[in-house]
Design a binder for this molecule. Structure first.
Ligand SMILES: Nc1ncnc2c1ncn2[C@@H]1O[C@H](COP(=O)(O)OP(=O)(O)OP(=O)(O)O)[C@@H](O)[C@H]1O
Length: 216
């Protein structure tokens, strides 16, 4: 039997003293976007951080995370091959666009091949010729495209989106959202958002999360 594709959470529990999230069972198929909507403090960020293996001190996770048939629970963040995009695009301000993209690039290939992957990515994102640009000179939409491209150049097998469209105005939001879903067509995606229009555009299942607030 071939390994099941997609991202599977089996009894995933995140706790800090008490449970923040209990016994989450989820399957997200490649090309499917699961929208996660929940009130502030319900545990959305903790879930994403548990998935990439980067929970803050004091938190722990149990259960299983299986990605394309590979159990990633217990692996270090880089080995999990799960990408994460934040509301803040996190571009390094002291590096050019091209240097920012080199940071994302999956290992392998000659210097020329690596440069060509970046150039092809920029061209596909409508940003040909932007490699030498300072991120501070980019528009909000251009920055969002660079951040998405950097995440994809790492060749993730799943992508987590933590309100990455929240800072964009309505028109740009729709454009960047579409570009993101187009570019992640083969990946399981989790989208955290407070915006109903994101959930509609994503077109997949919507999960409402009501975690337990943890005491400080
Ligand atoms: N670094 C931390 N140390 C201690 N408690 C934390 C920490 N980060 C979050 N928490 C607590 O864990 C619980 C879940 O927080 P989380 O950040 O996952 O919520 P969220 O659903 O992402 O909220 P928001 O929509 O406001 O970002 C909350 O009770 C929060 O106070």
């Amino acid at each position: 039997m071939s390994a099941p594709t997609g991202l599977h959470l089996e009894s995933l529990t995140v706790r800090r003293g008490t449970d923040v999230l209990a016994q989450l069972n989820l399957t997200i198929r490649p090309g499917e976007v699961l929208t996660l909507m929940a009130p502030s403090g319900a545990g959305k960020s903790m879930l994403l951080q548990a998935l990439i293996g980067a929970l803050p001190p004091g938190f722990s996770a149990s259960g299983h995370i299986v990605l394309n048939g590979r159990k990633v629970t217990g692996l270090p963040t880089a080995a999990r091959r799960i990408g994460l995009l934040f509301q803040d695009d996190m571009l390094f301000p002291h590096l050019s666009v091209g240097q920012n993209l080199q940071f994302g690039l999956a290992p392998g290939g000659s210097k020329a091949q690596r440069r060509s992957r970046i150039e092809q990515g920029l061209a596909a994102a409508g940003l040909s010729g932007f490699a030498a640009r300072d991120p501070a000179t980019l528009s909000g939409g251009q920055r969002a495209r660079v951040a998405l491209l950097r995440a994809l150049l790492a060749e993730p097998q799943a992508l987590l989106l933590d309100e990455p469209f929240a800072r964009l105005d309505a028109n740009l939001r729709a454009q960047i959202r579409q570009a993101t879903f187009d570019a992640t067509r083969n990946l399981p995606v989790i989208l955290v958002t407070h915006d109903q229009s994101d959930a509609v555009a994503a077109g997949g299942p919507v999960l409402s999360l009501f975690g337990q607030p943890v005491s400080p």
